[in-house]
Ligand binder design. Sequence first.
Ligand SMILES: [Zn+2]
Length: 316
Amino acid sequence: MVSVLRKLLCVGMVVLLSAQPADARVSHAKRIAITIDDAPSPSTPLFTGQQRALSIIDHLRKSDAPPIGVFAIGNHVVNFGTEQLKLYGLAGHAICNHTYSHRSLKNCSAEDYVRDIQKAEKLLKEMPGYAHLFRYPYLDEGYPAQTQKVNSALKDLGYTNARITINNCDYYMSHILQKERHAGKRIDYEKLRTVYLQVMLECVEYFDGWFDLQGKQSMNHVLLMHSNDLTALYIGDLVQALRDRGWTIISIHDAYKPVPEDFKNIPSKIVETNSANPARARNSPKGMSVRYLVELFRQEKVFVDVRPGETYTASN
Ligand SMILES: [Zn+2]
């Protein structure tokens, strides 16, 4: 009887929800946590590793943004030093595990893979702000036999699998920036900012819409970014742009927790933070097409040839 009543109530609520205009629904949570992968990162002509970390931290502080997740690679710590990583921890952000070697599970036994996670943990656990959040390199967990063992070991080691819900190709945009800079082109920073924000927001909206279609409007989102110069330049602008579009930036510590009660009483909208990995979705936003990105940067004249006789020193 109780279950029949519950079913009727559910149907009634769904009908009620369907009858409302989309913008009157309170179910669309628009909460998003920020994560940065592959830290610490090497120096470039635009930023030393230390300057990059300081810039990201400073933008987040000025934006009054909650703690982000910084997913560190063990051998990057060895190669590029602990200092830039420590800065994040001291600023209140979470230092998280992204393995020691950043290898794909595809070519690795589960046992070796787990040893690699533990090797990273040894290096990272003394850092301020270390959190038991783990992210698969390349988001690559699609090998059922190994993945099951790794996920079980992660659980035993006290880790949460820190999946993302919003993918993008910020690393490829960063690659374009470094390539054009290396070729001696002048960077129009205002245009670079505009293009970067446009692409990132398109990706956020695409994946949000993807989950929306699956009835998961109430889930927390987790945005993937990388430790690169674009993040150092524009993370503050991105936070502002997201807020302007109605998003609330949430702490990485809240991202994988059940959502507040307000969002739980909608029976057809099941909350699944650990849902299917959108990186594996068949369709991708255009911002994840290399050809589209190259053409967009060209069309918008983000990088300009330096005229003969003109001296130009890239700076931020
Ligand atoms: Zn990575």
